[in-house]
Design a protein around this ligand. Structure first.
Ligand SMILES: Cc1cc2nc3c(=O)[nH]c(=O)nc-3n(C[C@H](O)[C@H](O)[C@H](O)COP(=O)(O)OP(=O)(O)OC[C@H]3O[C@@H](n4cnc5c(N)ncnc54)[C@H](O)[C@@H]3O)c2cc1C
Length: 382
């Protein structure tokens, strides 16, 4: 067995902050902290960055359909949504990678006559929040936005500001941008525990310990074990999402079409993504025939041409879900350990705001009011 070693950095390479997990959230936080001048080391257990939930995401930036009511979560989604354009530009400058941000607009459609009133209620409160949303559109009007919308659709709303990014490119860009600013990323390193001893944080791995002034836990669906050791009472549960992709000529699907059970959207190169299932299936992240059948039904009920197109591939990922929304801020056990996880369906959308608010919290020594509703110190209801 290898002797345990404590990494004893020289003053030149002394780590000020450890980040556990190199998904979109951990990499975004690392990039932000490096921009603020901190020496950051990211520890990732997989052989490469971005192989967790972030690799599975459709990349939608869809605050208008994801937040179900006014409140802190909607505010966080909208803050992050507004940040995305500048963030993508800065990422491009720092990494040379284009995240393929497209403001396509999104049609929120329904095939159920009973759900029309839900859309109207949603629209009414969204207008009070200043969200740009159309009047209720008929099938004919929807087909003028996207040709070929299914005849089963009865009505819908258009959100012109929504769009999507290419999630693989986002993690790739973040990794390069972070490395460019001196962030050290160590892959193949699984953190078993994070503890605090007086003024130092210690991350233990099977063959090495890492020390720093601070740590940020961004281990996605796998964060729960690490957080429980630090007094966090809210769990993080994996929610499996299966997706499939088919090929259509680029430009066939000018807007996201988002229905009652799923959505379809097209990437710049032509690939059309169909998403997604939502299943509590533990840590199994494989694709099932039942999942593919559901995706096929989603496609046919939204846009029959997608159901008939050439199949390209399918995949699945585990969304990190926490009751009451994301976990963002300091853990109960120490001010030196912060958490950024539990983004569930919206980690790509929320990455810019998460990174900015967490960075601010770490550097200022206090969690900002925007973070308070998402505090890892909150008590679990029931
Ligand atoms: C099918 C699907 C579709 C989605 N679509 C969208 C979308 O359209 N828009 C959107 O905004 N979001 C979407 N999401 C959600 C989004 O993907 C997640 O919220 C986001 O990727 C979470 O990022 P993360 O960095 O927290 O987690 P992850 O990407 O899972 O990263 C966590 C990382 O931590 C590492 N790790 C875990 N434990 C340890 C350890 N002990 N030591 C070291 N490393 C560790 C893992 O290997 C992993 O790389 C979707 C998700 C799925 C599954």
């Amino acid at each position: 067995m290898l002797d345990r070693v404590i990494a004893t950095p020289t003053s030149q390479d002394r780590t000020q902050c450890l980040v556990v997990g190199a998904g979109v959230v951990g990499l975004a936080v690392a990039w932000e902290l490096a921009k603020q001048g901190l020496a950051v080391t990211v520890l990732e257990r997989q052989p490469e960055c971005g192989l967790g939930a972030s690799a599975a995401a459709a990349g939608m930036l869809a605050a208008g359909v994801e937040a179900g009511a006014p409140g802190p979560f909607l505010d966080l989604c909208r803050l992050s949504s507004k940040m995305w354009r500048d963030w993508a530009e800065q990422l491009f400058l720092d990494s040379g990678v284009d995240c393929e941000l497209q403001t396509t607009g999104l049609l929120r459609v329904t095939s159920s006559a009973e759900s029309i009133s839900d859309l109207e209620v949603r629209r009414a409160w969204q207008l009070t929040q200043g969200i740009d949303v159309s009047e209720l559109l008929t099938l004919d009007q929807l087909r003028r936005e996207v040709a070929g919308v299914s005849g089963t659709v009865v009505a819908g709303l258009l959100y012109p500001d929504e769009g999507h990014v290419h999630s693989h490119r986002v993690t790739q860009a973040l990794e390069l941008a972070a490395r460019h600013l001196g962030v050290r990323i160590q892959t193949g390193v699984e953190v078993a525990s994070v503890t605090v001893d007086r003024d130092r944080v210690l991350a233990r791995t099977p063959d090495q310990d890492f020390e720093a002034d601070f740590a940020v836990i961004a281990a996605g669906s796998w964060s729960g074990g690490l957080l429980a050791q630090l007094g966090v009472r809210v769990g993080v549960d994996p929610i499996r999402g299966q997706m499939a992709a088919v090929r259509l000529p680029p430009g066939s699907l000018p807007r996201i079409v988002f229905g009652d059970r799923g959505y379809v959207l097209q990437k710049r190169g032509g690939l059309v993504l169909i998403g997604a299932t939502q299943e509590a299936a533990g840590f199994d992240s494989w694709v099932t025939l039942a999942g593919l059948e559901r995706l096929s039904q989603i496609a046919s009920h939204l846009l029959p041409a997608v159901g008939e197109a050439a199949f390209a591939h399918s995949w699945a990922g585990l969304r990190p879900h926490s009751a009451g929304g994301p976990l963002l801020g300091r853990v109960p056990a120490s001010d030196r350990v912060l958490v950024a996880t539990g983004h569930h369906r919206n980690g790509i959308l929320l990455a810019p705001a998460t990174a900015a608010l967490l960075g601010q919290a770490l550097l200022s020594g206090a969690d900002s009011p925007e973070l308070a509703p998402f505090s890892p110190r909150r008590v679990v209801a029931g």
